[in-house]
Ligand binder design. Sequence first.
Ligand SMILES: Cc1cc2nc3c(=O)[nH]c(=O)nc-3n(C[C@H](O)[C@H](O)[C@H](O)COP(=O)(O)OP(=O)(O)OC[C@H]3O[C@@H](n4cnc5c(N)ncnc54)[C@H](O)[C@@H]3O)c2cc1C
Length: 385
Amino acid sequence: MGEFTFTETQNMFQRQVRDFARKELLPGARDRAKQDTMDMKLVKRMGDMGLLGLNLPEEYGGTPGDWVMVGITVEEIARADFSMSLVPHQVIGCGMGIVQGSDEAKEKWLPPLISGEKMVALCITEPGCGSDAAAIQTTATRTGDGYLLRGEKTSITLGMQSEVAVVFAKTDTKAGARGVTAFLVPIDTPGLSRTGMADTGCKPMNRSSFFFDDVLVPENYRLGDDGKGFYTVMGQFDFIRNCLGLEALGAAEASLDEAIEYAKTRQAFGRPIGKFEGVSFKIAEAATMIDAARLICFRALWLMDQGRPHTKETAMCKWLAPKVAWKVIHDCLLIHGQVAYSLELPIEQRLMDIMGWEIGDGTEEVMKVIIGRELLGREFLPYDR
Ligand SMILES: Cc1cc2nc3c(=O)[nH]c(=O)nc-3n(C[C@H](O)[C@H](O)[C@H](O)COP(=O)(O)OP(=O)(O)OC[C@H]3O[C@@H](n4cnc5c(N)ncnc54)[C@H](O)[C@@H]3O)c2cc1C
């Protein structure tokens, strides 16, 4: 395998995004973290910068780039404002799904999503199943005019703020994963209702439940072919797992920067606490673990850019990076002592925020099942799917 490093273009891009995030997203981030909506003015600013259209077609407002640049974007934004960092992966991910749709669907929805004027939700999970996504019960029944969607989705990021949703439903209830089809559903379609959830962390993502009561979706709002939802549409979402890893690491990097400053200035027993190995070793371990996790996240995105297999590498990032981030942020909290065990500092907020990233888009156990399958072969899967 060739070596992965950032190119000069990627280094320059990183400086631009970091500068933007520090100047425009860092101020007010802590206040915004307490709100249950995303600030759409700032989302629009990300749209103006071209950050929401990376790798999406230029004819609909997309920005030429690569997957490493998407990773750089979310990491830098997460260092400044964790909640905001999910917006680029959300828009680009769903955008990749919408690209599989009709010209009408693309023309109507891609430009306002890429410019940050509208928001999109991704609906897979249901009350009865999350990890076992092929077991979804929501049905899409053919009618003369299209499909009637019936069922319930839950845990939907940005659900209450979205104008449109990419929804997975069964067009063939007997065909397992091969019976799943993807649709684009405007939220104001009759029969669709939603309700918000009360989240532990990352409140602006405002997860919600969606109820589909015979929601009519026209044929030209189907994404990809019947039964191909998992293969041609969900297959586009792989990069989101690497983004989630880098977002969690961005929050860990911000915490480590703060802990280093604190260790240099906080005095105990007549000296700065950074002189105690109990503190400096925590910092050394944190920096090492961040570096290792960050490298595998970027390597997986780089493999995508090279058009090379990356399923195993992506699953590795998704379980390791949020876990590393949690450990690092926890240690940084302890380095700050009692002052960090309060709402005064942002560290407790970050712990709660990134815990969701350990679960969302596949848990640690499910990622290890994927890695095991890639290493041992399908015949060693613990189930028959
Ligand atoms: C912050 C956040 C945002 C989310 N956003 C969205 C969204 O926008 N859209 C959406 O559709 N969903 C979303 N989700 C849902 C998410 O994808 C699911 O929560 C996730 O896939 C796990 O499903 P579950 O919670 O139903 O857990 P379950 O599948 O019920 O699993 C429960 C436990 O059992 C373990 N387990 C399950 N199967 C196995 C196995 N084979 N081997 C070993 N252990 C196993 C799991 O690891 C877990 O610990 C989000 C979740 C979170 C936390």
